[in-house]
Every structure is written in structure tokens, then in C-alpha cells.
Design a binder for this molecule. Structure first.
Ligand code: NAD
Length: 343
């Protein structure tokens, strides 16, 4: 597949038949950011989105500002005029009604089996195309691995773990590993700053699930008031260590190191958009000459979580479309395939 096929003649994606038609499932913090990330792109056109109560689709393209306004004021894209529909089965309805080559799944993985159930829904629907998730837990990616053959048979190219961590930082580790003959350690430390937790409810609940004494079920069952009370106790900070993060299984599957050599932790500040620390990944190994060294890849402090998740997600979606158009289906991780830059 040449990059030519992604190049548009005119600069607007709307009405441009060569732009890849994409959809976003989930229209919370990341889903809305995804719509904004796509707006200036000409190689992709955002035509479909779903939230828990409804969906919207328009083959000519959706307007991010209008969609975000309706979602924030009325609670669902289903109220969007004229492209919205309310539905209690929004994902299934969107799959049936929209013509989309690839979806970014910006959905909560609550319970921990939810994303795998969505993947099964796509398989059963007969839809063919590219799916990208930004899932975080090792056990969630393991469920996807079990679906590998079914995805392949269904003609779906599924890119898993394609956010920031896992995602961008895992891919950076895979790249950095090339300097070494042997990898000793991959250490991911993230700093996230968001102005208020309500903008990213699922992300924060899923992070709470990693705290001592909590698990996914408990975090999922917490009311917003209970989350707020917990954050009041911690001064708005979540400090996380030794998280169950799929960077480990992804690097193991890519043959780079064993999963127990990978550690992930970080600090989330839910009351300040400034990062509490600089997100980085350190890759320590031994070169062929016997030198022990560490590469460090640090994200710019000005880059937000949304930028570092949605950018890679669409970069992997573009890579997935390339694979899909060549007839390559099945499951891939962010450590296995290079993301492609979406223009
Ligand atoms: P959010 O809570 O802000 O929004 C979730 C959205 O999903 C809402 O629009 C909701 O209506 C919709 N939704 C829920 N159930 C649905 C259903 N059954 N059908 C259709 N829509 C449904 O979520 P968020 O904070 O944007 O997080 C999304 C996901 O991204 C989380 O799973 C989070 O862990 C993940 N994430 C990954 C990374 C990474 O680096 N890999 C970073 C941040 C977040």
C-alpha cells in the first residue's frame, strides 16, 4: 500500500472520497479529544460516534464543536440534529447504520471484560475493518489474545493497547531495545494532570482500581460522590505503583523481554492540568560490547494525556488500515507495528 492512497487532492477531508472514514466509540474525555484531533486531518474523516445513550453518523462528516456541545448539555450525541439517534443499543445500531473503515474504541473497560465483549459484537455483526483500543490492563489484552483467530476469520484488523501507556511508551521501548543485545528492565513512569476528574470518569475509576484495597469491581461500583470523597482524602492525587499494565505482555509478545522486567507506575493529579511529573520510559540493557546503559524517552510536559493517547490511536488506526487493505487481519499490539502519522 503506498502512502499515495492516503493523500488527498484537496485539503478538506469533508466530501473527499479518499479520506478514510472513521468512527469513535465512547464520547467522554478521550472520545471528544479524538474528534478534535481529527478535525484538521485530511486523510481521515470523522463520520460516526456513539455514547451510552445514543449515536450520530453523517457520511459527510460530523462537526466536533456541535457534537461536544450537545453531549455536554444534553448528555448524549443522540440529541444531535439531524444526525443523532437515541438508542439503548448504540454500538450495534451504529455498526449497522454507519459506513466506517475504522473505529477508535474510547470506551471504558468497565467491567474488565467490556472491550472484549465489544470486539465480539463486531465479529458477530459481520462488520469488516480496523478497530483500535487504548486498553490498559494486562488481563484485558489477554482476553483479546483469545479472540485472535475469530478476529482473523471475521476480517477485522484489531490494534490493541494503542494509547499512551500502553501505546506510545511501549512502542518507544520496543524501538529503544534495538540498541541492546539483552534487555534488563523497562520502567514506565507517568505523570497525568487533568483539571477535573469528571472529564475522564472512566480513566480515573480504572486508575483507582489499581490502588491498594481496590479492584475493578469495587472502582466500578463507586458513585461519583464516593470517587470525589476519595479524591478529597488524597488531595486530588492518585499515586500508583506496580500497576497491572499491558505494556508488560505487549513487550513479552514482541520478544523484547519477559513481562516481569516491566514496571509501570505514576501520579495522576485530578485538580491541575499541569503534570505532577514528566512521563518517561527508561529502557536498560546490555550492548553487544557488554556495556550496561539506559535509554530514556521523556514526553514533553506540555503534552496532555489526550494528545498522547488520541494521536497514537489514530496513528495505529492508519497502520491498521494499511494492513487491512492488504488482507492482513487478526490482532496486533502497539509494540508490534509502527504507527503511521496521520496528515
Ligand atoms: P469517559 O468516562 O470520559 O467516557 C466514556 C464514554 O463511553 C462516555 O461517552 C460513555 O457514554 C461511553 N459509554 C459507556 N458505556 C457505553 C456503551 N455501552 N456503549 C456506548 N458508549 C458507552 O472515559 P475516558 O476517561 O475518556 O476513558 C476511556 C478509556 O480510555 C478508558 O478505558 C481508559 O482507561 C482509557 N485510557 C487509556 C489510556 C492509555 O494511555 N492507554 C489513557 C487514558 C485513558
Amino acid at each position: 500500500m503506498s502512502t499515495q492512497q492516503f493523500t488527498n487532492q484537496n485539503n478538506a477531508s469533508a466530501g473527499n472520497s479518499s479520506a478514510v472514514r472513521v468512527g469513535v466509540l465512547g464520547f467522554g474525555g478521550l472520545g471528544q479529544a479524538a474528534a478534535r484531533v481529527l478535525a484538521p486531518k485530511h486523510e481521515m474523516l470523522w463520520v460516526a460516534a456513539a455514547d451510552q445513550k445514543g449515536y450520530a453518523c453523517n457520511p459527510e462528516g460530523l462537526n466536533p464543536d456541535a457534537c461536544i456541545k450537545v453531549y455536554q448539555s444534553q448528555g448524549s450525541l443522540g440529541y444531535l440534529e439531524p444526525a443523532g439517534r437515541l438508542s439503548s443499543n448504540s454500538i450495534a445500531d451504529l455498526i449497522e447504520n454507519a459506513s466506517v473503515e475504522g473505529y477508535f474504541l474510547a470506551l471504558p473497560n468497565l467491567p474488565n471484560t467490556f472491550m472484549a465483549s465489544v470486539a465480539r459484537q463486531f465479529i458477530q455483526s459481520g462488520w469488516r475493518g480496523v478497530l483500535v483500543d487504548a486498553m490498559k490492563r494486562t488481563s484485558a489484552v489477554e482476553q483479546m489474545l483469545e479472540l485472535q483467530d475469530e478476529l482473523q476469520e471475521a476480517g477485522i484488523t484489531y490494534m490493541t493497547g494503542c494509547g499512551a501507556t500502553p501505546g506510545l511508551l511501549t512502542a518507544a521501548a520496543a524501538l529503544a531495545a534495538q540498541s541492546y543485545a539483552e534487555i534488563h528492565r523497562v520502567k514506565i513512569t507517568f505523570g497525568v494532570g487533568i483539571a477535573n476528574w469528571e472529564a475522564y470518569r472512566a480513566t480515573i475509576r480504572e486508575d483507582i482500581a489499581h490502588m491498594p484495597g481496590y479492584n475493578v469491581e469495587r472502582a466500578m461500583a463507586m458513585t461519583d460522590a464516593q470517587v470525589q470523597a476519595l479524591l478529597d482524602e488524597t488531595g486530588g492525587l492518585l499515586t500508583l505503583e506496580n500497576m497491572e499494565h499491558a505494556d508488560d505482555i505487549m513487550l513479552e509478545l514482541a520478544g523484547i523481554c519477559s513481562r516481569d522486567q516491566v514496571t509501570v507506575g505514576g501520579v495522576v493529579d485530578t485538580r491541575n492540568p499541569k503534570k505532577p511529573l514528566s512521563t518517561n520510559v527508561q529502557i536498560t540493557g546490555r550492548t553487544f560490547e557488554g556495556k550496561i546503559s539506559t535509554h530514556t524517552f521523556t514526553l514533553g510536559d506540555e503534552t496532555s494525556m489526550a494528545a498522547n493517547v488520541c494521536g497514537p490511536a489514530f496513528g495505529y488506526l492508519k497502520a491498521g488500515v494499511m494492513l487491512h487493505r492488504r488482507g492482513i487481519y487478526g490482532l496486533f499490539t502497539a509494540a508490534e507495528v509502527m504507527p503511521q502519522f496521520v496528515r
